[in-house]
Design a protein around this ligand. Structure first.
Ligand code: F6P
Length: 376
């Protein structure tokens, strides 16, 4: 056992996800109970790190939190290098480093998604001993098999799709269920297959309204006078996909700070204009099929509440593995889920990447084989 690491900080950043408290518990119990180190929790993610807002965490704080939703530490979407103060962004990396030194924090464990991995890498580059853990209901973090929160969100969304079936059936309607997932289709594809959605629309596959209407008409001709369509929040038709891809390319090409600001504003405007796409699609399908249609936005229900057993197990395994890595002084890594085990992956390989659904993924092939429409 190393003597160099005595006090460790932990924080939760980005959107919350079921399993955050389970990780805090798994990490905390191992680092305090098994290895005898001190633990400090930073409040509200990066904000707490910048403002030095924290609380000591002892064994009693870690008791009874395994099943709790949300995060006992609070969270925020603040960024360490672009920290917003009165509308201006500031680079807070040096300040955070100084805060950690003043507090005697020897290592920092950050629970979060892709954005948090980027923040963690920036702190790592500045010399902070940092370890990241993969949290998101979107399952879009690179280099890890999965992330905690995803299995629970998939359960919740699947149950919702199940329930929508009986009401769609009774009223002979099309019901469109919009699911989260940001730019990736994992959640919609997984829950769509598990819930037996008739059509699944994901960002990775641009859709055509006519193709979806065709699937619904074929169902009608076979006697199924209802359809359930699972729509990812990031799904787009061909035209919208072109506009969106062009806007993203503009951001990537922008060279000067002014160009970056203008390109980002344009991208945000394009994304905003596409926000109510599920309602638009419902109207288009109503016209194309002469069937009544309804929309259900599942929204934040997918992120709330207690984690399922699979996420509790994953969270505990990842948290405990992170404590082992702290003791081995293996920093600058994300603790990836790999098969039944875990694997440290360099943050440099993870930061700035997004794991989308590959077009040859087995789940897509399975969906097609069982006759699910993918809108293409
Ligand atoms: O990344 C998780 C997620 O729930 C996405 O699925 C969704 O697009 C986003 O967060 C919503 O973010 P916010 O909590 O900032 O509204």
């Amino acid at each position: 056992m190393s003597n160099d690491i005595k006090r460790v900080g932990i924080l939760t950043a980005g959107g919350d996800a079921p399993g955050l408290n389970a990780v805090i518990r798994g990490f905390g119990k191992t680092i305090i109970g098994h290895y005898g180190l001190e633990l400090v929790g930073f409040l509200d993610g990066i904000t707490g790190l910048v403002e030095s807002r924290s609380r000591p965490l002892g064994p009693s704080d870690l008791s009874g939190i395994l099943t709790d939703g949300g995060t006992m530490l609070g969270t925020s979407r603040d960024k360490v290098q672009k920290y917003l103060v009165d509308g201006q962004t500031h680079n807070m990396v040096s300040r955070v480093k100084q805060n950690l030194e003043q507090m005697g924090i020897d290592a920092l464990v950050m629970l979060g998604g892709g954005g948090t991995a980027k923040n963690a890498k920036q702190l790592m580059d500045a010399g902070v001993n940092v370890i990241a853990l993969p949290k998101t209901i979107d399952n879009d973090i690179a280099c890890t098999d999965t992330s905690f929160g995803f299995a629970t969100a998939m359960e919740i969304a699947t149950e919702a799709i199940d329930r929508l079936h009986s009401t769609a059936h009774s009223h002979h309607r099309i019901i469109l269920a919009e699911l989260m997932g940001h730019r990736a289709g994992w959640l919609t594809l997984g829950a769509g297959i598990a819930g037996g959605a008739d059509v699944i629309l994901i960002p990775e596959i641009p859709f055509s309204v006519e193709s979806i209407a065709d699937t619904i008409r074929q169902r009608i001709s076979r006697g199924s006078t209802f359809s359930v369509v699972a729509v990812a929040e990031g799904a787009r038709d061909h035209e919208a996909t072109l506009a969106y891809s062009a806007a993203r390319a503009l951001v990537q090409r922008a060279a000067t700070p002014d160009e970056v600001t203008a390109a980002k504003a344009h991208l945000a405007a394009v994304e905003n204009a596409q926000r109510s796409h599920t309602f638009r699609l419902a109207n288009q399908l109503e016209q194309a099929t002469n069937m009544e249609s309804r929309v259900t936005i599942l929204g934040y229900v997918q992120r709330g509440g207690t984690p399922c057993a699979e996420d509790r197990l994953l969270a505990t395994r990842l948290g405990s593995a992170a404590a082992d890595l702290v003791m081995q002084q293996q920093f600058g890594v994300l603790v990836a889920a790999r098969g039944q085990g875990t694997e440290p992956v360099p943050l440099a390989d993870v930061a700035g990447k997004v794991k989308l659904v590959p077009l040859d993924h087995d789940w897509l092939e399975t969906a097609r084989k069982v006759g699910t429409g993918l809108g293409d």
